[in-house]
Design a protein around this ligand. Sequence first.
Ligand code: UDX
Length: 427
Amino acid sequence: MRISVIGTGYVGTVSAACFAELGHEVVCVDIDRAKINQINSGVPPIYEEGLSELLRKHAGKRLSATSDYDNAVKRTDISFICVGTPSDSSGNIDLSIVKAASASLGEALKKKKDYHVIVVKSTVVPETTEKVVLPIIERHSGKTTKDFGIAMNPEFLREGKAVHDFMHPDKIVVGSLDTKSGDIVASLYSGIECEITRTNPRTAEMIKYANNSFLATKISFSNEIGNICKELGINTYQVMSAVGRDFRIGPHFLNAGAGFGGSCFPKDVKALIGKAKEIGYEPLLLNSVIAVNEGQPLRMVKLLKNKLGNLKGKKVAVLVLAFKNDTDDIRESRSIPVIKELLDNGAKVSAYDPMANENMRKLFGGIEYYKSATDALRGADACLIMTEWDEFKSLDKEFEVMKQNIIIDGRHMLTPKKDIEYVGLCW
Ligand code: UDX
């Protein structure tokens, strides 16, 4: 099939490259010329494992990029909306980019005679495809769903593993208002061994939110158990490792610690809370998932204050800044509230992250960033471990350069050594 992909973020670019790998002709559409030029020269605009190999293989052949919506829609049969859906100031979903993309697609459709399918892949709250995207396309194209198809096909891609997750999904969900457009979307994935769930658009939208909200709930549940265990001198990792052996629960996403960050879990849970409230339902459990998550990083600073007393003038090293390992992405990283709380308490903060120093410097310009853990630890009174990077699991002699050896571990990373005052967040 000939596919156009609107938006070249990590979902759009990965989807485009993987669709090309599956044998389709793909055109990426974006307003950012730099990204268009990068993709056309086979250079990925974002880092994702395996993405550069796919772009080098397909750019200029099956894969191209343009800013021209009309041309892209004219020469393809199906268009995926893969633009961002950030949170607004109150945590609700901001659909402005989705609406703009829908209007541009509608304008392009107006100039096209043949049948065309529009697919929403962006993470949008239930009812968006039918009540927001569809009316905009109808209005701008002057057409109805007799002339074009509309569907919803959510992604379940982990940042850093997105290419793997696209090509090896454990589910593919296709929501459509009619069988014809759903069949066309489902056919794109014929090269992937995976059962396809066929449903309607709002169910497909809800599957995505329920999936992410459940994973976030598992994490906040583990953190709540961990916070209780901490007070009782119980190691929550031993508890949750045993709990995870129950085949109905499973071992994944039960790691207690500093909480969940990233561009998805916080945003998606808050957006679902906003949608629930909009329809008059108070989501008590989802509210608690966010409340527990927002409290976890502050508990690390509280543990530090129990050890050090007043933090004024104390030097605290924050090791790892990104929201998870193997990325430079600091969005909603749990190190952000920790750094803010340390600075608010008058501490001097040093920081090291293998990839994310420069991104964090844009948020906190007034702290010292170092190129190694040792340099960040030099002369420090304490150290907070915020994210699981393999290289930090073996930290040992590096601590010798500290003034005091107080370590608050937010990710169950370290094996405590005798001469270190090791404090686990939930263990
Ligand atoms: C997540 C979902 O996994 C993915 O399916 C969805 O499409 C997008 O959101 P991602 O945000 O890339 O992917 O990161 P993930 O690897 O899921 O981790 C999210 C956060 O949860 C990280 O901050 C991580 O540190 C934290 N986490 C994860 C825990 O605190 N405990 C765990 O047990 C697992």
